[in-house]
Each structure stands twice: as C-alpha cells, then as structure tokens.
Design a protein around this ligand. Structure first.
Ligand SMILES: [Mg+2]
Length: 216
C-alpha cells in the first residue's frame, strides 16, 4: 500500500461557507447590488460557482460590469477570504514528513479552486491537484481520483485514502475507486452507501488517524 492521501478541499481542508458569505457581501457592496441580486448569488452559488453563473447574473439583473469581470472579482474575493487553519496546514506538513504523498480532488472551476489553494498555502504542501474543471468530470467519477493520483506520479491501483465531507462524492466515489475512506461528519448519511472506513468530526482528527495507525 502506498502512502497516498487524497483530500477534498471545500468543507474539508477549508471552510468555504464563511469565505463565500464574505465574498458575496464584498462583491455586492462594491457594485451596489440590491438585496435581490445578493440573495440570488447566495442561493445560486450556494454549492459551487463558475463563470457561467455570472453570465446568468448579468442577464438577470442587467448589470454594467461584464460577466467575465464579475467572475474574476468573485474569484479574487474568495481567494482573499478563504483560510486554512494553522493546525490543518501543520498536519499536512507532518504527513509529508512521514513520507505521505498528498493530493487534492475537488469539484469546482479550475481557476477558483487553484486560487484558493494558492491563497491558503495548501498548494505548497501538496504533491498534486485534480480539479473537476480540468477534465469536466466530477467526483464521484473515478477518473477524477485517477487524475489526483496521477498528478503525484502514483497509480490509483496501488491504493490510498480519500478524506472528505461529501458522502456520495468523496466517500462513495473514493470507495468505488478502491480507496479507503475517512468521512468528515456533518451531512446526512445516505442509506444506500457503504460505511466509510473511519469517521471524524474534524480534518485534524483524520490526519492524526493516518499518522498514528494507518500508514500501511
Ligand atoms: Mg467538500
């Protein structure tokens, strides 16, 4: 068994929700958007955002700024708002010290996910990154997990761990990709999914679990 740990990003290594609220508030204030437009953004972008959402925003509210400009500002505001707790960064560094290879498998647009990885410092602590926007395939599709391993020069067939908060995308997908899984509790667990190998309340507990007992 190789020491491969693939992490989800949003809701696992970073708190997307608080960054999202700050970014939407900042964008609306900067452009003087009314509460209807702000509510539209908070609803439509609740799970994830990409450039096409800002084409729809532009059309729905007849805005002056171009969709491309609004998207870029949103990406910049998200990158400025999102943080990764020092304990999580330290945990990733410790994994690498102990010969783990770390990859990211995240659903989202390539530019915003990479901006978040760069701004938080996570990007410097991982060996590979697979963003669904790179391939136009999303977790739970096996191909995104394959890409995450491949970007580190490893083979998914040699196994590893998937750590994430989404039952279907991260845990169901990881299981189908032949990985062992650690679930960050929070969302309801679907009845039809196989149980994760381990469950934790915080990603630092998942890292401790890998460091202590489960490198093989
Ligand atoms: Mg997530």
């Amino acid at each position: 068994m190789q020491h491969l740990a693939i992490f989800d990003l949003d809701g696992t290594l970073v708190d997307r929700q608080s960054a999202f609220n700050d970014a939407v508030t900042g964008l609306c204030r900067r452009h003087g958007f009314d509460t209807t437009a702000e509510q539209w953004l908070l609803t439509q972008l609740a799970d994830r955002a990409n450039a096409s959402d800002f084409v729809r925003l532009h059309a729905a509210f007849d805005l002056d700024a171009s969709p491309a400009q609004l998207w870029q500002e949103y990406v910049d505001l998200m990158a400025a708002s999102v943080t990764c707790r020092p304990a999580v960064l330290e945990g990733l560094a410790r994994l690498r010290e102990q010969a783990w290879t770390i990859s990211i498998a995240t659903n989202g647009a390539s530019d915003i996910q990479r901006a978040k990885l760069g701004a938080t410092g996570i990007g410097e602590l991982v060996d590979g990154v697979a963003v669904s926007g790179d391939l136009e395939v999303r977790k739970p599709d096996r191909r995104l997990f394959e890409l995450a391993a491949d970007r580190c020069g490893l083979d998914l067939a040699d196994g590893g761990w998937m750590i994430g908060d989404n039952p279907d995308g991260d845990i169901g997908g990881g299981h189908q990709a032949g990985l062992r899984t650690i679930w960050l509790r929070g969302r309801p667990w679907p009845d039809d999914l196989p149980d994760p190998h381990h469950a934790v309340d915080d990603v630092t507990d998942a890292i401790s679990f890998l460091l202590t007992d489960h490198s093989e």
